[in-house]
Ligand binder design. Structure first.
Ligand code: GAL
Length: 820
């Protein structure tokens, strides 16, 4: 009894005792030990608290020992001094979940975060504070930044979440990539930078602070690297370890853009090169990208999905082969941790971009062999033994001799996801739709909330409480007005937003800009009448700018000029309306009245007959049964135009399936992993809806009837809408002999084996075919016996399993395609 009490007490002491975190030039030192840290970003508001334990557990199983997140200021302080830490904004619960999983945490407080998040994380009310200038030596801004940073530091300290208090947080970040944009801020920018560092230090939280992409970061701030590769990076102080805060595992997506893909081989190459060259902490940005729910997407034009091609997909499923290939790399790196952080380092240039790096401690040495050639494989002798290292790859030899891992050789399964029909409903036929129009008449008649004799930036008028702002003006024309002609148009400078234009209550056009064009002019043909004309322009944001010098001041909305153009023969007459009286009307009527709330259908204003199709500004509503089981749920919104969707009152984000990804530039499979990656290198989904599937987290659903509400802004047809679950449909392997291949359908049993060959099989997943040699025994029958009916099976790839082959002296492979 006494003994178990003692055990409990010492365990308790162990769990809560302070952990000392420091560093030297080689590594972070945790409780006296130099460490290799392998971290991944999971942004808590981009998933739900119900998803966090599973995501973090999958990260742990994937070999991470640390989870990184930003802190999202505008999510926590949407209104000045009114705070929100509830639901998926529950930062403390998230950090506690990380702690419970036994992982470390890195907290990038920012509070500017970039992150493809609305306005880079800044609350828009900041912009509207008198005298403010952001990210520079400005008292108003610094006061607000300090107020929020202090709030966060106090919160985590009260909850004992710092390593120095026995909590998980081992590192904190202030600001974010200011170094990339600071030049135009001049001396004031430098003063601000030093102030950030001094403020961070003043909190005295007992853990190191980092600043990313800040080569002039003042000591003791550790400057860190972000990018696709950081092997060439050197910190600005010999006492700072080499840290990679953002290893972009893929890229984000924009409306109208294609799906970016960064191969598992290339991510692994980047990571292996980083640790080969003395890295100590590497963080995957993102490990789980997740979803930009509601109006949180940055912009303009960043999609609701923030999948990022990460090792855990948007919905939390394991994305293979990325997850598994990196897991194997992490295992190897951890197995040589002591050598990496304590060993003597010898670098040997073997010529022609081939390098050997030896990490040796007493009696043990581990070796990296890298080949940075883009096309040429390298065969060479090292320490008396011959090695072949494929182009653009790194081999790791934990014992200094035997290759245990090569970044270009994938020995884990590739999963192809399937969108399984909802067995609870035979959709889409069974969905019964109700509808009602959005009332835009008030705006068309000129009814407004405020007015001014000028055009005002949209975020100044709305404080960004809505995407929607009406700019309304009237124009009195008499007979002999010089602009009067038979050929008139309305010219609007849109600053990159979507605009729906109406004249005298009639729709005269809708326009949006291709991604990247921020200042665009659009002309609508018009026919003015003599007397009074009402011009109603609805400007629609798609997320506010999140990056760049002075990004916070970039214009939003219709800042002008807005002109009426009259043409008479060669003569063009311009009438500038910019300083006319403009009336402003914020938001949409149905949104204010909460048409999206999950309430019942008792409201008779919803019609069930004559369901309109292709009608702009229409609300649609239906009920549906949640798909059975636990697999993630998505809703297919193809057929619709652009708008917002709510499930049981939860805003699941902006949708825009009508915006097709550009036709050209897609890769042919398989995408070549060799050579430097860029966001335009391996791209898919050409000519298809940018985003067809929208995540409906399980916790938004309930038993019985659920409600889906759509606000259709441009016009579309809801009859194809259907709910599905996402999980593995096909599991393929193409792995080398003397490895164990795990095949898994995750939550489903393997139902059949479509193809299997042990020898030199050819092709890729979905189109494998036999090579010139293979084993005598029937590999397909062997694997069927081992795997069919099971959720997971392990296959030892060897002649022992499959019998001898007539392949001669080559390294054999097993290609297998399993159906879930
Ligand atoms: C970095 C930034 C991140 C994210 C990333 C691109 O510059 O620090 O927050 O925006 O780019 O995904």
């Amino acid at each position: 009894m006494f003994f178990s009490l003692l055990c409990f007490l010492s365990l308790f002491a162990l769990l809560t005792s302070a952990v000392n975190v420091s560093h030297d030039g080689r590594a972070f030192i945790i409780d006296g030990q130099r460490r290799i840290l392998i971290s991944g970003s999971i942004h808590y508001p981009r998933s739900t608290p119900e998803m966090w334990p599973d995501l973090i557990q999958k990260a742990k199983e994937g070999g991470l020992n640390t989870i990184e997140t930003y802190v999202f200021w505008n999510a926590h302080e949407p209104v000045r001094r009114q705070y929100d830490f509830s639901e998926n904004n529950d930062l403390i619960r998230f950090l506690k979940t990380v702690d419970q999983a036994g992982l470390y945490a890195i907290l990038r407080i920012g509070p500017y975060v970039c992150a493809e998040w609305n306005y880079g994380g800044f609350p828009v009310w900041l912009h509207n504070l008198p005298g403010i200038e952001m990210r520079t030596a400005n008292k108003v801004f610094m006061n607000e930044m300090q107020n929020f940073t202090t709030l966060i530091v106090n919160k985590i300290t009260e909850e004992k979440l710092l390593a120095s208090q026995g909590g998980p947080i081992i590192i904190a970040q202030i600001e974010n990539e200011f170094g990339n944009v600071m030049d135009p801020y001049g001396d004031a920018g430098k003063v601000y930078l030093d102030w950030c560092a001094a403020m961070a230090e003043s909190y005295d939280i007992g853990i190191p602070w980092i600043m990313c992409q800040q080569s002039d970061a003042p000591q003791p701030m550790i400057n860190t690297c972000n990018g696709y590769y950081c092997d060439q990076f050197t910190p600005n102080n010999p006492n700072s370890p080499k840290v990679w805060t953002e290893n972009w595992v893929g890229w984000f997506k924009s409306w109208g853009g294609q799906d970016p893909h960064r191969t598992a081989e290339d991510v692994a190459y980047g990571v292996a090169r980083f640790y080969q060259t003395g890295g100590t902490l590497q963080n995957y940005y993102m490990y789980h990208g997740g979803t930009n729910f509601g109006r949180t997407a940055g912009g303009p034009y960043i999609t609701t999905s923030y999948d990022y091609d990460a090792p855990l997909d948007e919905f939390g499923n394991i994305a293979q082969p990325k997850w598994g290939h990196l897991k194997k790399l992490h295992e190897v790196l951890k197995s040589i941790e002591k050598n990496l952080v304590y060993g003597n380092v010898t670098e040997i240039d073997l010529g022609n971009y081939v390098k050997a790096t030896v990490y040796a401690t007493n009696g043990s040495s581990s070796v990296f062999l890298s080949n940075s050639n883009i096309t040429a494989d390298a065969t060479f002798t090292f320490n008396g033994k011959q090695y072949t290292v494929p182009a653009w790859s790194v081999s790791i030899l934990p014992d200094g001799e035997t290759e245990e891992y090569n970044t270009a050789k994938i020995n884990v399964q590739t999963s192809v996801n399937e969108h399984w029909p909802n067995e609870a409903e035979k959709q889409p036929e069974s969905l019964k739709w109700f509808w009602r129009p959005e009332n835009i008449h008030a705006a068309l008649k000129g009814k407004s909330h405020s007015s001014a004799k000028k055009l005002i930036d949209q975020k100044e008028v709305t404080n960004d409480v809505s995407d929607y702002l009406w700019y309304i003006s009237s124009l009195h024309l008499d007979k002999d007005d010089p602009v009067w002609s038979n050929d008139m148009s309305l010219r609007v400078n849109t600053s990159g937003e979507v605009i729906h234009a109406y004249l005298n209550g009639h729709h005269i056009g809708t326009h949006w800009n291709a991604y990247g064009i921020l200042n665009d002019k659009v002309e609508f043909k018009i026919k003015l009448k003599r007397g009074n004309n009402v011009i109603s322009l609805l400007s629609v944001t798609t997320g506010l700018q999140n990056y760049g010098s002075f990004f916070d001041t970039w214009h939003t909305g219709l800042v002008g000029p807005i002109q009426v153009i009259g043409r008479k023969g060669d003569e063009t007459i311009i009438k500038d309306l910019s300083s006319h009286k403009w009336h402003y009307r914020i938001g949409l009527d149905g949104w204010d009245k909460k048409f999206f709330s999950g309430e019942s259908f008792s409201n008779t204003k919803w019609a069930s007959d004559q369901l309109p199709s292709n009608k702009s500004f229409t609300w649609y509503k239906t009920t549906f049964k949640a798909p059975l089981g636990n697999d993630p749920v998505v809703v297919d919104l193809e057929g619709l135009g652009k708008g917002f969707a709510w499930v049981n009152g939860h805003n699941i984000g902006r949708y825009w399936p009508a915006y097709l990804a550009a036709e050209d530039g897609c890769s042919t499979d398989p995408c070549d992993y060799r050579g430097e990656y860029s966001a335009t290198k391996c791209i898919y989904n050409c000519g298809k809806p940018t985003q067809k599937w929208y995540h409906v987290p399980r916790s938004f659903l309930r038993d019985g009837d659920n409600t889906l509400v759509l606000l259709e802004e441009m016009g579309g047809n809801p009859s194809y809408v259907n709910f599905r679950t996402v999980s593995v449909g096909t599991a393929c392997g193409n792995a080398y002999e003397s490895h164990t291949l795990e095949l898994s359908c995750q939550s489903r049993p393997i139902s059949a084996i479509k193809f299997a060959s042990f020898g030199n099989p050819q092709g890729t997943c979905g189109s494998f075919y036999k090579g010139t040699c293979e084993s005598n025994n029937d590999s397909l029958a062997i694997i069927e016996k081992m795997c069919v009916g099971k959720e997971t099976c392990s296959i030892d790839i060897s002649e022992k399993t499959f019998g001898s082959t007539n392949c001669g002296n080559i390294t054999k492979r097993l290609a297998v395609e399993a159906v879930c």
